[in-house]
Design a protein around this ligand. Structure first.
Ligand SMILES: [Zn+2]
Length: 694
C-alpha cells in the first residue's frame, strides 16, 4: 500500500549535517512569510535529523550589513549599529518564541564574522580569484557618496520596472549592477547621479560557469526542486558575468587588502560566510571542530532559503566556496516560493504582514498552531496564500478536532477508569494487531516526505496518525465496553496509549511545544523516532500518566474577524499614505475665478437614476431656484443619506443631459483617505441658501 523510500535510504544517510537557514535582514521584525518559507521547514528538518540520531549543526544569524540598514538609520536619525542591535534582539526572541531550534544564532557584526569574512576574501585575493578593475560607478556629488545597491533606483533593463534597485529588480528577479539601470536616481538626494572612477574587486562568475553546469545542471537535475533548478538554469543560460564583491560604503566589513581603504565587502559576499563564522562560534563553545561541518566530504550541507535568494546560494556562494577550494558544496538548496497574505504579496513597508511578536500577543502560547497552519499550507512548489479562515480551520478541524480530541479522550478515560495507571492488555484482536502495525509504519512514511523536503505532505501524514487513533477509539468504543467487558477495555486503552505515545514522538519536529506537553502528560521516557517502528511497547503497563490538559483550544470567529480588521486598517493607512497629491494646475487670473458662480444650497429631494450604479438625481434649493442636478455619488451615498444636506453648488455650469435627465449645475465633492466621497459643505448655522462663495 505504501512505499518506504526512507528505509531504503537509511543506509546511505550521512551522519553529520550542516543545516543553514537564510540570515534574516535586520531592518525589521520577521513575519509569517519568513517563518513559512525558511525557518519552520528548516527547523522541522533539523529536529527530525536529531531525533533520528544524526549529528546536526543548525546555523543562522542576523545579516547586519548592507545599504537598507544605513538608509533606515539615516531616516531615523540613529546609527546603523542602533538599528541592527534593536532588530537582532527582536528577531532572536521571535525564533526562541517559535521554537526554532538553532544550535547557534549569531550576527554578522560579531568579530568572529569580520575575521572569517576578511580571511576568506584574502584567500581568494592571494589565489588571484578576483579581477581588480577601475570602473566608472554611479556617484551622488551632493551626498559625496557612490551609489551602490539600494542607494540607487531606476528602470530595470530587463522588464521595464521603474523601481528596480541597483543590485536587483524585485519585479523580474534579475540581479543587476547599478550601472545597468536606465534613468538612475539617487535614493539619498533624488539627484541624477554622475559617473566617477573607483577600484573594485570582481568575482568572475563566468569563470565558474562550466563547474556550475556540471555540478547543478547535470549533477542535481533529479534531486533539486524544479523551481530552484529552473531558476539556476535560466541564470546560467543567460550568461554569467563578473560581479563586484566590494563597495564604496562605510557600513560593513573593511576590505582587508591594499587599496581597500574606505571600501567594504559587498553584503552578499559577507552574509553567506556568516554561516561559516556562526558554525565556528558554536564549535568553539561546544568544543567541536568546525571544519568537520564545512570541509568533510561526509557532511551534508543544506541551505534553506526563500526563492529571492536562489542566485546567491546556488551560483555566487558556491562559486566562492569552489574558488576558495577547501569547502564542501551544498547537497541541496530547497528554496520555497512566496507566501501571500489574504491574496496580496506580503510587504514590510506596506505593513501587509502578520508580525510574529503581534501574533503571540493575540494568540498566546499558540505557536504550534501557526507552525502547523504554515506547514500544512507551505509554498513548497508555488506561491501560496495564507488566510485567517484557513488558519482557523486548520486549528479547529484538525488540531482540536482530530489530534487534541484523540489525546484528550485517551488521557481522560485512562484517569477515569484506571486512575492514570496504564492497564495490562489481554490477547490482541485482529484490529489491534492491524492498528499497531499501521502505527509502526508511520516513521518511515513521514521520514520519506521530510527527506524529500515535502513538509506539507509530512504534516498531513502526522495528522493521519491522529485520525487512525480517533477511528480506533470510535470503532472499539471503550466507553461502552467498560460496562460489559473489562479485559477488552483494558486492551483497547493500552493500544490507544501506544498511539498517543507515537504521536508524542513523531509530532516533535512539527509541533515541538505540543510534543513536550504531551510527553509530560504521558510521563514518557525518551523514545526516538525509530523506536516507534521497532518497539512493540512505547509506554508499558503499570506506568503512571498525568492528568488531562488541553493541547489545543478552539479559535472563535471573533478572533479571526479582529485579524481581518487589522489588515483592513493597514490597507486604509497605506492608501492614505500613498495618495498622490495632484500637481497644481496652470495659473489663472482673478477674472477667471469670478466666472464661477458658487452658491450655498440644500438637497431637498434625491432618488436613484434607474439602471445606473453611480448616479443620483437630486433636487437642490439653490436660493435662486429649486433645480435638478445629476450627481455621480450613488456608490458613496443612498438617497436618504443626502436629503437635507447643505452643499456647495456651481450654478452657472452649462446644463447637460445625463441619461436623458438635464443636470443644471454641479455639487462640489472631494474624497477622504479611504477613497469615499465627501461633500464640500458650509457647516455653519445661519448661512442661507443662495449666498455666493467668493
Ligand atoms: Zn526587472
Amino acid at each position: 500500500m505504501r512505499t518506504f523510500v526512507a528505509s531504503k535510504n537509511k543506509k546511505n544517510m550521512s551522519k553529520r549535517y550542516t543545516i543553514t537557514a537564510a540570515l534574516p535582514y535586520t531592518n525589521g521584525p520577521i513575519h509569517i512569510g519568513h517563518l513559512a518559507g525558511v525557518y519552520v521547514p528548516a527547523d522541522i528538518y533539523s529536529r527530525y535529523l536529531r531525533l533520528t540520531g544524526n549529528d546536526v549543526a543548525f546555523i543562522c544569524g542576523s545579516d547586519e550589513h548592507g545599504v537598507p540598514i544605513t538608509i533606515k538609520a539615516k531616516k531615523e536619525g540613529v546609527t546603523p549599529q542602533d538599528i541592527v542591535d534593536k532588530y537582532h534582539a527582536i528577531i532572536k526572541q521571535s525564533f526562541l518564541d517559535f521554537g526554532i531550534s538553532f544550535d547557534n544564532y549569531s550576527r554578522t557584526s560579531a568579530k568572529i564574522h569580520h575575521d572569517t569574512a576578511q580571511e576568506f576574501f584574502k584567500t581568494l585575493y592571494k589565489k588571484n580569484e578576483f579581477v581588480e578593475e577601475v570602473t566608472e560607478q554611479l556617484y551622488d556629488a551632493e551626498a559625496n557618496q557612490f551609489l551602490a545597491d539600494r542607494f540607487v533606483t531606476g528602470t530595470c533593463p530587463k522588464c521595464g520596472n521603474e523601481e528596480a534597485y541597483g543590485d536587483q529588480c524585485e519585479s523580474c528577479g534579475s540581479s543587476l549592477n547599478a550601472t545597468d539601470l536606465i534613468n538612475p536616481k539617487s535614493a539619498i538626494t533624488g539627484n541624477v547621479p554622475s559617473l566617477k572612477e573607483t577600484k573594485h574587486w570582481f568575482l568572475p562568475l563566468n569563470k565558474h560557469e562550466e563547474f556550475l553546469r556540471e555540478w547543478i545542471l547535470k549533477g542535481h537535475k533529479k534531486d533539486w526542486k524544479p523551481n530552484v533548478y529552473g531558476q539556476v538554469k535560466s541564470w546560467i543560460d543567460d550568461g554569467l558575468r563578473p560581479r563586484a564583491v566590494t563597495r564604496d560604503l562605510d557600513w560593513g566589513i573593511p576590505v582587508p587588502v591594499e587599496g581597500g581603504e574606505g571600501k567594504v565587502l559587498y553584503v552578499w559576499f559577507d552574509a553567506p560566510i556568516g554561516y561559516i563564522s556562526a558554525t565556528k562560534e558554536w564549535a568553539e563553545r561546544e568544543g567541536k571542530n568546525w571544519e568537520d561541518y564545512w570541509k568533510d566530504e561526509d557532511t551534508k550541507l543544506v541551505h534553506f532559503i526563500g526563492k529571492d535568494n536562489i542566485v546567491f546560494h546556488c551560483i555566487i556562494f558556491p562559486s566562492m566556496l569552489k574558488a576558495e577550494g577547501s569547502y564542501i558544496l551544498p547537497e541541496n538548496v530547497p528554496a520555497n516560493e512566496f507566501l501571500n497574505l489574504e491574496g496580496q504579496k506580503l510587504s514590510t513597508s506596506k505593513n501587509w504582514a502578520v508580525w510574529l511578536p503581534d501574533y503571540l500577543i493575540d494568540f498566546p502560547n499558540q505557536q504550534d498552531v501557526l507552525r502547523y497552519a504554515l506547514t500544512a499550507n507551505a509554498p513548497e512548489t508555488k506561491d501560496n496564500d495564507f488566510t485567517w479562515k484557513d488558519f482557523q480551520a486548520r486549528n479547529n478541524n484538525e488540531l482540536v478536532a482530530i489530534f487534541g480530541n484523540f489525546i484528550n479522550r485517551v488521557v481522560v478515560l485512562s484517569n477515569k477508569y484506571y486512575d492514570g495507571i496504564i492497564p495490562a492488555p489481554s490477547d490482541y484482536l485482529e484490529i489491534d494487531e492491524e492498528t499497531l502495525a499501521a502505527v509502526k509504519a508511520y516513521p518511515a512514511v513521514i521520514s520519506s516526505s521530510i527527506e524529500r523536503y515535502r513538509f506539507r505532505e509530512a504534516s498531513q501524514e502526522l495528522m493521519n496518525l491522529a485520525r487512525l487513533g480517533n477511528k480506533y477509539l470510535a470503532d472499539e468504543e471503550p466507553w461502552k465496553t467498560i460496562k460489559t467487558d473489562e479485559a477488552r477495555t483494558k486492551t483497547v486503552m493500552f493500544v490507544a496509549l501506544q498511539i498517543a505515545s507515537a504521536l508524542a514522538v513523531l509530532s516533535e519536529p512539527f509541533l515541538p511545544f505540543t510534543s513536550d506537553k504531551l510527553k509530560g502528560i504521558l510521563n514518557m521516557n525518551d523514545n526516538g523516532w525509530e523506536d516507534v517502528s521497532t518497539k512493540d511497547i512505547l509506554i508499558p503497563a503499570l506506568h503512571h500518566i498525568g492528568k488531562a490538559d488541553l493541547l489545543f483550544s478552539k479559535i472563535e470567529d471573533e478572533q479571526i474577524e479582529a485579524q481581518l480588521e487589522k489588515l483592513i486598517a493597514s490597507k486604509k493607512a497605506n492608501e492614505a499614505a500613498n495618495k498622490v497629491i495632484e500637481p497644481q494646475k496652470d495659473e489663472i487670473v482673478f477674472e477667471d475665478f469670478t466666472k464661477l458662480d458658487l452658491r450655498v444650497g440644500t438637497i431637498i429631494e434625491a432618488e436613484k437614476m434607474p439602471k445606473t450604479k453611480k448616479l443620483l438625481v437630486l433636487k437642490v434649493d439653490t436660493g435662486i431656484d429649486k433645480r435638478t442636478i445629476v450627481s455621480g455619488i450613488a456608490e458613496s451615498f443612498s438617497p436618504e443619506d443626502v436629503i437635507g444636506k447643505r452643499v456647495t453648488v456651481l450654478v452657472n455650469l452649462a446644463p447637460r443631459k445625463l441619461r436623458g435627465v438635464e443636470s443644471q449645475g454641479m455639487i462640489l465633492m472631494t474624497e477622504d483617505e479611504g477613497g469615499n466621497l465627501v461633500f464640500v459643505n458650509p457647516d455653519t448655522d445661519g448661512v442661507n441658501n443662495g449666498l455666493q462663495i467668493s
